[in-house]
Ligand binder design. Structure first.
Ligand code: PMP
Length: 384
């Protein structure tokens, strides 16, 4: 390519490769329980967001097949035109009941839920305060809104308060936005303190429960349930693609919020409704999370065991209160090397590298379906 944009793309790719940041899809041919087959090699999967093992559960598969049988494959239109099925309503009621909110709204993905909700609620005269490690969908939603954006230091409430004291009075509405579980670190946001701050400074608090749902809380509803906090000022947001085992996203909150989004949220109004199969599978997934607590207990047994096994070595992981554990690395090339070595022992553990994260790390995602010997063998492989 000789034109300037073409040359720019080639130069960027060259830089990415030189820094060991180049990424590409894996050739996955089979997935069942906690095993994954890549390029013909069957491994124990430590890279899945399917925390409870529901994505391959027979009941979710059957629900999806029944929905296809009844409604077909596509949803044929947007929710406000021809795309709405009674299944969407059922799923939204199930989410609202699970999350203990008045209502909920289902999106085609978590990314779209975040992008659309923030940009529908906030505008040029408003202020958004975001944890510096927030997920890309939250950051891009804030950018799209054109509100004034300020990042506060990761998990640092004092820093958030200082920023609010400096600027809150200059803006109309204010939204504090945070992941509940940080997806690339595994630590948890101080939600009770954030809610106090939101109340003091007249802000709303938006919490992305993507990695909290199904994992934390007495009934698996997430971090807000874990901390036992509720407020009309809280907007819960999340995905149906991780512990729920399907695809899609949602917003849960008060009636007015959901009614407003139905009328103003571009990523909900102008896109094709979630497919019948995904909707039905998500509904089955939520029902199973609520009725089969043993899955969550198995997951926590595995989390605590792997932490304990790390403790017995000189490998020091990041502090974590979730199903995500991370081992810091010197740099991207060390990450690629260790990931490849561990892979040769039959474990799939990807290295997460910049620009996704500021510093490289090996990221272990635990599942309820991992077995004790998987964790013990993993640690042996890492030590080697
Ligand atoms: N928020 C967080 C914290 C996430 O980790 C993800 C997915 N990686 C999303 C939102 C987006 O969800 P989805 O995959 O459903 O688009």
């Amino acid at each position: 390519m000789t034109d300037s944009l073409g040359q720019h793309l080639q130069k960027s790719l060259h830089t990415i490769k030189k820094a060991n940041w180049y990424r590409q899809e894996q050739k996955i041919t089979d997935l069942s329980g906690c095993t994954i087959t890549i390029d013909g090699q069957r491994m124990i999967n430590f890279a899945s967001n399917d925390y409870l093992g529901l994505a391959t559960d027979i009941r979710l598969k059957q629900a999806a097949m029944d929905a296809v049988e009844r409604y077909g494959t596509g949803s044929t239109g947007s929710r406000l035109l021809s795309g709405h099925r009674t299944l969407h309503g059922e799923l939204e009621r199930a989410i609202a009941s699970f999350k203990q909110t008045e209502e909920a709204l289902v999106f085609s993905s978590g990314y779209l839920a975040n992008l659309g909700t923030i940009s529908a609620l906030m505008g040029k005269k408003d202020l958004i305060l975001e944890d510096e490690y927030n997920h890309s969908s939250l950051k891009n939603g804030a950018k799209l809104s054109q509100a004034h954006r300020i990042e506060y230091e990761h998990l640092n409430c004092q820093n958030l308060i200082e920023k609010l004291i400096q600027v809150r009075s200059q803006y109309r509405h204010c939204l504090i936005v945070t992941d509940s579980v940080f997806s690339m670190d595994g630590d948890v946001s101080p939600l009770p303190q954030l809610l106090d701050i939101a109340q003091k400074f007249d802000c709303w608090l938006m919490v992305d429960e993507a990695h909290g749902t199904g994992v934390l809380g007495k009934n698996g509803a997430g971090c807000l349930e874990h901390f036992e906090i509720k407020s009309e000022r809280i907007i819960q947001i999340g995905t149906l693609s991780k512990a729920v085992g399907s695809l899609g996203g949602y917003v849960a909150g008060n009636k007015v919020l959901i009614e407003f989004l139905r009328n103003r949220c571009a990523t909900w109004i102008y896109t094709t409704a979630l497919s019948p199969a995904d909707t039905a599978a998500a509904l089955a997934g939520i029902n199973i999370i609520r009725s089969e607590a043993h899955r969550r207990h198995n997951l926590w047994t595995n989390i605590n065991l792997l932490k304990e096994l790390f403790n017995q070595t000189n490998l020091k992981i990041f502090p974590s209160d979730s199903a995500i554990l991370c081992l810091p690395l010197e740099d991207a090339s060390q990450g690629l090397l260790i990931s490849a070595k561990v892979r040769s022992h039959g474990f799939y553990v990807p290295a997460i590298r910049p620009p996704t994260v500021p510093t490289s790390r090996l990221r272990f995602s635990l599942m309820a379906t991992h077995e004790i010997n998987h964790l013990q063998e993993l640690i042996k492989a890492l030590i080697q």
